[in-house]
Design a protein around this ligand. Structure first.
Ligand SMILES: *Cc1c(COP(=O)(O)O)cnc(C)c1O
Length: 352
């Protein structure tokens, strides 16, 4: 397990902790399609309580969470509004359209925040036969492609008010909702209080091997159980991996502040490396966006150079790439990454 490679490609690379592995090895299990897996039931109750919702359901992945979340509250021919660079619209293989007959529509946002006036104008006249029916507004928090930006309680509440006033329901893709809550200094339940349905990923900063949770009203979750079964997500002794989630909710949320502090410190260091640009003020959680602006190396060269010095980072899009901190990266590794960055840019020789 010990390795000199520092992996900052994503927080999904994290391995289960020793206490998760112990919990998994001794997990009480049953048939969850029959509702009889006590560990799954415990996880679903615990997750719902943390999010302040009536109920929740365990799914295989964040993509499945968003898919089931959308399918369980839309009909064929409905329209779902989402941010132009949202995960749901860009990185989920068009699932809600293919499997749900739902049309996705991009609406401008500013780092995850839709203009409340625009929400009102975006909704189509339901009596006009030309239009798809607008039914769901999808938020994301933190916003992955906006460098892990947080969306505040005030903005979230205001967007929910505007959407609900138009008869829209609101879903939040909260793959990293705990990073958001920790960074904002609010409880997860307060952050999503006005939201109808929320997902979070167990396999990112929480460190679990797999799984996502979708939470909402008891009626909604009952409907979601049908859709989960339909897309092949009804599992049997899933307490085996749910056990890791129970541990994660106790042990892995508060410590995310460490990941955020490490991201900030790493970002500050990178900002001082000639040939790199980092907006340190925008590093609010565990994601750092780094722009390569060097006569010596393209972003591709930089990523390859880092890899040759034992540091893995996200593949670049254009001149920008992503680094993500997590519990398996610690502050002592920051100078190692900075040295690798200087070498990758030809600023110091390998011997230096
Ligand atoms: C990771 C992620 C997901 C879900 O991804 P899976 O790989 O399917 O678990 C959804 N939304 C956002 C914003 C994410 O970062």
């Amino acid at each position: 397990m010990t390795s000199t490679v520092i992996d900052l490609r994503s927080d999904t690379v994290t391995h289960p902790t020793a206490s998760m592995r112990a919990a998994m090895a001794s997990a009480e299990v049953g048939d969850d399609v029959f509702g009889e897996d006590p560990t799954v039931n415990r996880l679903e109750e615990k997750a719902a309580a943390i999010l302040g919702k009536e109920a929740s359901i365990l799914l295989l992945s964040g993509t499945m969470g968003n898919l089931v979340g959308v399918l369980a509250q839309t009909r064929r021919g409905d329209e779902v509004l989402a941010g132009p660079n949202s995960h749901l619209l860009n990185y989920e293989a068009g699932g809600v359209s293919v499997l749900g007959g739902v049309q996705m529509r991009a609406m401008q946002w500013t780092r995850g925040v839709f203009d409340v006036e625009e929400i009102a104008h975006a909704v189509r006249d339901p009596h006009n036969l030309h239009f798809a029916r607008s039914s769901l507004l999808c938020l994301e928090n933190t916003v992955n492609r906006e460098g892990g930006a947080t969306v505040s309680v005030g903005d979230t509440d205001a967007m929910c008010d505007a959407a609900h006033a138009q008869g829209l329901r609101v879903h939040v893709d909260g793959a990293r909702i705990f990073n958001a809550a920790v960074s904002l200094g609010v409880t997860p339940a307060r952050l999503v209080r006005e939201i109808d349905t929320v997902t979070f990923c167990m396999s990112k900063g929480l460190g679990c091997p797999m799984g996502s949770i979708l939470a909402g009203s008891a009626d909604f979750i009952a409907e979601a159980r049908r859709w989960r079964k339909m897309v092949g997500g009804g599992l049997r002794q899933s307490g085996i991996f749910a056990a890791a989630g129970v541990v994660a909710l106790d042990e892995m949320i508060d410590r995310m502040s460490v990941d955020h502090a490490n991201a900030k410190a790493l970002a500050s260091g990178l900002a001082n490396v000639p040939g790199l640009r980092v907006d340190v003020d925008r590093v609010q959680t565990n994601i750092i966006m780094v722009t390569v602006d060097s006569p010596k190396a393209s972003s591709q060269d930089f990523v390859a150079g880092l890899a040759s010095h034992g540091v893995k980072v996200g593949s670049p899009y254009g001149d920008t790439l992503r680094m993500v901190t997590h519990y398996q990266f610690d502050a002592a590794q920051i100078p190692v990454v900075l040295k690798a960055a200087e070498r990758a840019l030809g600023l110091v020789t390998a011997a230096a």
